[in-house]
Design a protein around this ligand. Structure first.
Ligand code: NAD
Length: 288
């Protein structure tokens, strides 16, 4: 068996075309949505991520503001900058690129962002909303994964989903989103003992581990949907995921590639959240 590829690249283009239409409509009756991105320090990967986010905004007609702060920026200055953006009515979404330099508390920074502008969906209030089935911004990576699953048109009700990884930004919100769609969810992590066995029982396997080619074919149920969140450098220096794509594609029913899989979807859902933030603001200010 060779798995069907769920292309995040193609799906994200379709979603972005829809976002672009909605952005144009909103720009006519209100204004274009605006995302403020804050980058602290010189981390190379972060610079690339931020550049891609700003470029994606441009592609969809979303305005963006890029605030670059030096590595040694004191925490109070960053918190003040966020407060300034919170109070700026022309800004709909605020994103602080993680990781932050060691002297800055990530949780303080996340909580400083107004919940209405928290388009990354990391704040306690948005996580709480997800947990209790209330409206709020959803974390972009798992939100993108849900769109990929939706694109298969497979009903998730009663399916066993195994998520490998329990981080606050991927694993845990992923579990909650799958639960919301009536999947039976297992979360595995570094202390899990029977991982391969759990994998062989999973109809859906989401790998968010951060280890190149970690998921092998003996961990996958034949026909399963395998979603690869990982972004790693292989021994050959090339980008690769957490799933050994070449061997797992022979067993799985569906599989996502790296690159061109979850990565583009993450950015697209950030645009979606920014659009929604602006739409909510338009309704509040103009009643439509
Ligand atoms: P993290 O380091 O916070 O979490 C990794 C998780 O893997 C932990 O919960 C840990 O318990 C688990 N783990 C580690 N070793 C394990 C093992 N042997 N068996 C089972 N579980 C194990 O990482 P993260 O932020 O969740 O990111 C995970 C991966 O996803 C990374 O490669 C990251 O770069 C990537 N990522 C990609 C996107 C995207 O847009 N595609 C977004 C976020 C993260």
């Amino acid at each position: 068996m060779t798995a069907k590829i769920i292309s995040g690249k193609e799906l994200s283009q379709a979603i972005k075309a829809d976002i672009n239409k909605k952005v144009n409509l909103l720009a006519k009756k209100f204004r274009a949505p605006c995302l403020a991105v804050i980058l602290v320090g010189e981390d190379l990967a972060s610079q690339v991520y931020v550049r891609n986010k700003v470029k994606a905004c441009e592609g969809c007609g979303i305005t963006s503001i890029l605030e670059k702060l030096p590595e040694e920026t004191p925490e109070e200055i960053l918190l003040e900058k966020i407060e300034q953006f919170n109070n700026d009515d022309s800004i709909d979404g605020i994103l602080v690129q993680l990781p932050l330099p060691k002297h800055i508390s990530e949780s303080k920074v996340i909580e400083q962002i107004s919940v209405k502008k928290d388009v990354d969906g990391f704040s306690l209030e948005n996580v709480g909303a997800l947990c209790t089935g209330m409206p709020g911004f959803k974390a972009c990576t798992p939100y993108g994964v849900m769109k990929m699953l939706e694109s298969t048109a497979i009903n998730l009700t009663g399916k066993h989903a195994l998520i490998i990884g329990r981080s606050n930004i991927v694993g845990k919100p992923m579990a909650l989103m799958l639960l919301e769609k009536n999947a039976t969810v297992t979360i595995a992590h570094s202390k899990t003992v029977n991982l391969a066995e759990l994998g062989r029982d999973a109809d859906i396997l989401v790998a968010a581990v951060g280890k190149a080619n970690f998921v092998k074919k003996d961990m996958v149920k034949p026909g399963a949907i395998v979603i690869d969140v990982g972004i790693n450098r292989g021994t050959d220096g090339k980008l690769c995921g957490d799933v050994d794509f070449e061997e797992v594609k022979e067993v799985a029913g569906y599989i996502t590639p790296v690159p061109g899989g979850v990565g583009p979807m993450t950015i697209t859902m950030l645009l979606q959240n920014t659009l929604e933030a602006a739409e909510l603001k338009s309704i509040k200010e103009q009643g439509n």
